[in-house]
Write a protein that binds this ligand. Structure first.
Ligand SMILES: [Zn+2]
Ligand SMILES: [Zn+2]
Length: 92
C-alpha cells in the first residue's frame, strides 16, 4: 500500500528525487509489516533516511514526529481504537 501521509514522490524531508528509500514509520518487528500493510511509510533520500543527524533512525524527535503525523492521518478515516489495536501505542 502506498503512503497515507505523502502525496508527492520525493524525499519527505528535503524534497530531492534522487536516491530515494522507503522508510517504514513503525519499523522493527512487527512494525515494518504493519507499516507496509497500512501505508505507514514515506520516501526519504539516503541522506535523510540514514545518514543525517535528522534521520528518523538517529533522531528520536523526528521519529516521533512521523509517528504522530501518521496516527493523525490514519485517524481521519479510522478510530483511535483501531490505531491502538494495530500499533499498540498512542502517540497523540
Ligand atoms: Zn532528503
Ligand atoms: Zn527507515
Amino acid at each position: 500500500m502506498k503512503s497515507i501521509i505523502q502525496k508527492s514522490r520525493g524525499c519527505y524531508f528535503c524534497g530531492t528525487t534522487k536516491n530515494l528509500e522507503e522508510h517504514h514509520i513503525f519499523f522493527g518487528n512487527p512494525g515494518r509489516r504493519i507499516s507496509e500493510k497500512n501505508g505507514f511509510k514515506v520516501y526519504l533520500c539516503d541522506q535523510c533516511h540514514r545518514i543525517r543527524e535528522s534521520s528518523p533512525h538517529r533522531n528520536r524527535k523526528n521519529d516521533l514526529m512521523l509517528k504522530e503525523l501518521c496516527q493523525k492521518e490514519y485517524e481521519k478515516t479510522h478510530t483511535r481504537e483501531e490505531f491502538m489495536e494495530l500499533v499498540g501505542r498512542n502517540y497523540l
